[in-house]
Write a protein that binds this ligand. Structure first.
Ligand code: ZN
Length: 381
């Protein structure tokens, strides 16, 4: 038996989102489809992306809100609308209350955070990508000890404008498995980069002793700055090797006393949501979201949510969408999250596994409470 739990009006604070394209209503069919896939292949976008269950379901839901039948009609309709009205119609429909935005993704073509906040008429909080900072500082070819100090200083100085940090190590060769990286080795690698790269302007940090040394240095600084660190795990960008994005690879880092005071949030997680939930169940400083999972694996959202909640305490799972580029992605992720949560909690109440009052408390934590508490957001929810 299932009991009704109604979350349609409950707000979601999106703990993992990106901004929108400056011309998010001007995109063509292929650009629009592209937001609902992680594939970089045009042949995939042309032939397969619109045949995913996620995309079919997204259009099906959108037809209840807008008068269109075909993809082409939708694109035409969008182009006639006012960006601000359209955005707010979608965000209000899904009760998106606030967003935590990582600007490291295609920042030159995206709305800045303040523009997004103004247009969407809701708070937008900033998350800083560590790799962008590492690469910028490395390009300046300062001494190694100055680089170390620079990272710490930037994190502390920026902490008043930020609510969190983020690493995409999973997309740059894989998550770090060993927390004992020799300083001398990192320094040697750094000197080689500074000395040998003729085109340091395009330097991209990849799996190396230097990278992981700097990452651990930043983890330490995050403790002092009081900022949680988001860690991409599971599926995501196409440049990852999926088996190198399993959050359990971080176990030795998590066990290290050095990072006891840091707080880690695993993002996306699929198909390793069970592994992430396990880590959340043993390490007090681990959290997780199912952001990209509820979008790109939406047909299994209920199952993934239940499997995660069955293991991780309900204070450890945060709401998120990984929405980017077009607002339909944030909207769709928020709707799927709320409906799946409603169904899972309704089932648990119906089975007399928990009380209705427990279900509402869990839902509020999942959708906004945990994010508000972890990132220290004032006056929300
Ligand atoms: Zn993401």
């Amino acid at each position: 038996m299932s009991m009704k739990v109604d979350l349609s009006e409950t707000i979601l604070i999106d703990n993992h989102a990106h901004s929108l394209l400056k011309g998010f209503l001007d995109v063509d069919v292929l650009q629009f489809r592209r937001s609902f896939s992680e594939s970089q292949s045009m042949s995939y976008i042309e032939r397969h992306a619109h045949h995913s269950l996620t995309y079919i379901n997204m259009l099906h839901r959108l037809r209840k809100l807008l008068p269109f039948e075909t993809e082409d009609e939708l694109i035409e309709l969008r182009q006639k609308m006012s960006p601000s009205d359209y955005l707010n119609t979608l965000f209000d429909d899904a009760s998106i209350g606030a967003l935590l935005v990582d600007n490291g993704f295609m920042s030159d073509v995206m709305l800045a955070n303040n523009e997004l906040a103004k247009m969407s008429e809701r708070p937008v909080y900033k998350i800083m990508r560590l790799e962008a900072m590492f690469e910028r500082l490395i390009r300046q070819r300062m001494s190694f000890s100055k680089l170390e100090r620079g990272i710490q200083e930037e994190i502390l100085e920026a902490s008043s404008d930020l609510v969190g940090l983020k690493t995409i190590a999973a997309y740059r060769g894989g998550l770090p498995t060993d927390c004992a990286v020799e300083r001398s080795l990192a320094e040697t690698e750094y000197k080689e980069i500074c000395g040998s790269l003729s085109d340091i302007a395009h330097f991209r940090i990849e799996k190396s002793a230097l990278y992981h040394y700097l990452l651990f240095h930043a983890f330490e600084a995050s403790i002092q700055a009081g900022l949680p660190i988001q860690i991409h795990s599971g599926f995501g960008d196409t440049d990852l090797m999926l088996d190198q994005a399993n959050p359990v690879l971080l176990t030795s880092v998590l066990k290290s006393k050095r990072f006891n005071g840091a707080r880690f949030v695993f993002l996306h997680c699929f198909p390793y949501h069970k592994e992430a939930a396990y880590l959340c169940s043993v390490f007090p400083n681990c959290y997780m979201d199912l952001s990209l999972t509820v979008v790109l694996a939406s047909a299994t959202a209920k199952q993934v949510m239940l499997e995660s909640m069955a293991v991780a305490p309900t204070t450890k799972i945060l709401g998120g969408t990984d929405g980017h580029s077009v607002p339909e992605m944030h909207w769709y992720g928020a709707l799927v999250t709320k409906e799946a949560l409603q169904a899972v909690l309704g089932q648990l109440v119906g089975d007399n596994f928990i009380r209705s009052v427990d279900a509402m408390s869990i839902a509020e934590k999942f959708l906004y409470g945990n994010t508000r508490d972890l990132y220290n957001l004032e006056g929300l929810g």
